[in-house]
Write a protein that binds this ligand. Sequence first.
Ligand SMILES: CNc1ncnc2c1ncn2[C@@H]1O[C@H](COP(=O)(O)O)[C@@H](O)[C@H]1O
Length: 316
Amino acid sequence: MGSQTPNQHPLPTLLPDPLIEMPEGKHDYDLKTFFPLFSSYIYTLVSDPWALRYTTSAVLNDFEADGVVYLELRTTPRAIPAAGITKETYVRTILDCIAEHEASAWESKLKTKLILSVDRRNTLAQAEEVLELCRKFRGEGVVGIDLCGDPACVDNLGTFTPVFQRAKQEGLKITLHFAEAEVSGTEEELELLLSWGPERLGHVIHLRDGIKRKVIEQKGMGLELCLSCNVHAGMVCGGFEGHHFGEWWKVEEAVVVLSTDDVGIFGSPLSNEYALVTQHFGLSRQEICDLAKRGINVIFGGETEKKRLRRIMWTE
Ligand SMILES: CNc1ncnc2c1ncn2[C@@H]1O[C@H](COP(=O)(O)O)[C@@H](O)[C@H]1O
């Protein structure tokens, strides 16, 4: 496999067929089965340049086909030594796919930016590597840094403070997976994460009133809400109607951005997330348009991109 070029088809694999391992319609992963699915299966499946290019292009094509005009993809830089992939070539490969997509699809309106993630299991040195990669590829489409990973890993977070502080000082945008599980929703952890100065927060499920107030006080904080993921994975109670989208979407001080989390696993493209809020929270057409347009305020892609989106999305 190490001698493969990016365009060569990979060698046959002994892994079970994805349609058997992750059959269509199976979305009932919970936080215990979800994370091992990546480390034990998906990472083994996407383990060479060909697979990385194939999956990235498929993601871009799927979002484009869904009508998305601006996308921020998030990934954790991953070295795959057996395939000759370093963390740097991993990021470069994804950026190349994005550039090729934008250049080749003549009708394409989709612009894509990249956010690089620190995983909660990372060491300080690994987190610093992520920051270094953000710096290196900043002019080529990397716009921000994220914290992701199993919310049950709660011990290590303070270690990352200097990394996120430096990212902030250098003007990188910050988004954080926030309060995804009861265990990662302690006052102490959430205070720490807010002290890093994120522009956006993902999930925001387990917030007590004090933290909720602090999020509101930030004025203009982006909240990346993911209905299908949270409901299918049992992260919220009460099904779609019980999702905290209902609590947040009218809060003027925050900017709710409907987002997808692992479309391949939870089977819900962005258009379906909009359909779900219409169905379960009764948003009108105007409210849906307003929701989509407000999200422009918190994109990480810069002012020119905001202008382009306002031009595209202000047509009624
Ligand atoms: C419930 N939602 C989520 N919460 C927290 N982390 C998540 C996630 N969904 C995905 N990831 C993080 O992303 C990795 C896979 O993609 P990348 O290798 O980064 O491209 C997962 O292993 C996990 O660390």
